[in-house]
Design a binder for this molecule. Structure first.
Ligand SMILES: NC(=O)c1ccc[n+]([C@@H]2O[C@H](COP(=O)([O-])OP(=O)(O)OC[C@H]3O[C@@H](n4cnc5c(N)ncnc54)[C@H](O)[C@@H]3O)[C@@H](O)[C@H]2O)c1
Length: 259
């Protein structure tokens, strides 16, 4: 029996990286997947590669678009069982370098996008009496990071959003679960972009990054699959780390550990 058979799953940021890998894993295990992304070209290509998947253009920072998309999914499929909020952007800047523009962008996509997603998913999951909301956080919300100030702040907000939604649902008997996943470095276009900037500006730091463990998108997708499935029915309000100990070991884990 497929692990998420016939569940209707909406994946933001599903055109790339962790969202894409999660959309693929969910579909492999029987889910009907809607890929939502601001990048139409990549999103349509992703959806056409995944059996039964469809693409929806969505800017997660726009609440009206969220509301319309969730309503159209319920109109088409009858329900929404799973929401993965994976859309995100990162900017490399310390608090001293962070401009208002950087702060607003990172928080508009990360914090606002997750807020709107949780709010409108809850609106339709509550009357159904079930649902799983999964928010992509980061180890940055556990450790902070001097050079990713706005990102760490946004991911910390998402961690708080997650726990608040989970407790409301549990205490009110809504039947909706909400959990966050905290990946360490994962091999995606976002990480590649960060590595390219570091290499260009600080070769010594780039050398040090070579020692930091890097996971594969499927490692996170498998956690998404577990949280989306009924196997995780007792997991609610959890912050689940996927980092092969890097939050404990300050990032440095010999790569041989997983090779
Ligand atoms: N890759 C890592 O090492 C890593 C580690 C920890 C957390 N994360 C988090 O995982 C999530 C996915 O990251 P990734 O590595 O897959 O990045 P990615 O850049 O490969 O994918 C991000 C996707 O989000 C989409 N997106 C950006 N702004 C959007 C918007 N306003 N509306 C809708 N979609 C938008 C992009 O088009 C892209 O398809 C992010 O939230 C990121 O912060 C990534």
């Amino acid at each position: 029996m497929a692990r998420v058979a016939n569940k209707v799953a909406l994946v933001t940021g599903g055109a790339s990286g962790l969202g894409l890998a999660s959309a693929q894993r969910l579909a492999e295990e029987g889910a009907i997947v809607v890929i939502a992304d601001i990048n139409r070209e990549l999103g349509e290509a992703a959806a056409s590669d995944i059996p039964g998947a469809q693409f929806a253009l969505l800017d997660v920072s726009d609440e009206a678009s969220w509301s319309a998309l969730i309503d159209s999914i319920v109109a088409q499929h009858g329900r929404l069982d799973v929401l993965l909020n994976s859309a995100g952007v990162v900017r490399l800047a310390s608090i001293e370098e962070t401009t208002e523009e950087i702060w607003r962008l990172v928080n508009a996509v990360g914090t606002d996008g997750t807020f709107y997603g949780c709010k409108h998913a809850l609106r339709v999951m509550k009357p159904a009496g079930s649902g799983s909301i999964i928010n992509m956080c980061s180890t940055a919300s556990i450790q902070g990071g001097p050079g990713i100030f706005a990102y760490a702040a946004s991911k910390s907000a998402i961690r708080g959003i997650t726990k608040s939604v989970a407790v409301l649902s549990a205490q009110s008997g809504y039947g909706v679960r909400c959990n966050s996943i905290h990946p360490g470095n994962m091999r995606t276009p976002m990480l590649q972009g960060v590595q390219d900037i570091v290499l260009e500006n600080d070769p010594e730091a780039a050398q040090a990054m070579e020692n930091i463990w890097v996971g594969e998108p499927v490692d996170v997708a498998n956690m998404v699959l577990f949280l989306a499935s009924d196997e995780s029915r007792a997991v609610n309000g959890a912050a689940l780390v996927v980092d092969n100990t890097t939050t404990i070991t300050e990032g440095v884990v010999p790569r041989t550990v997983t090779q």
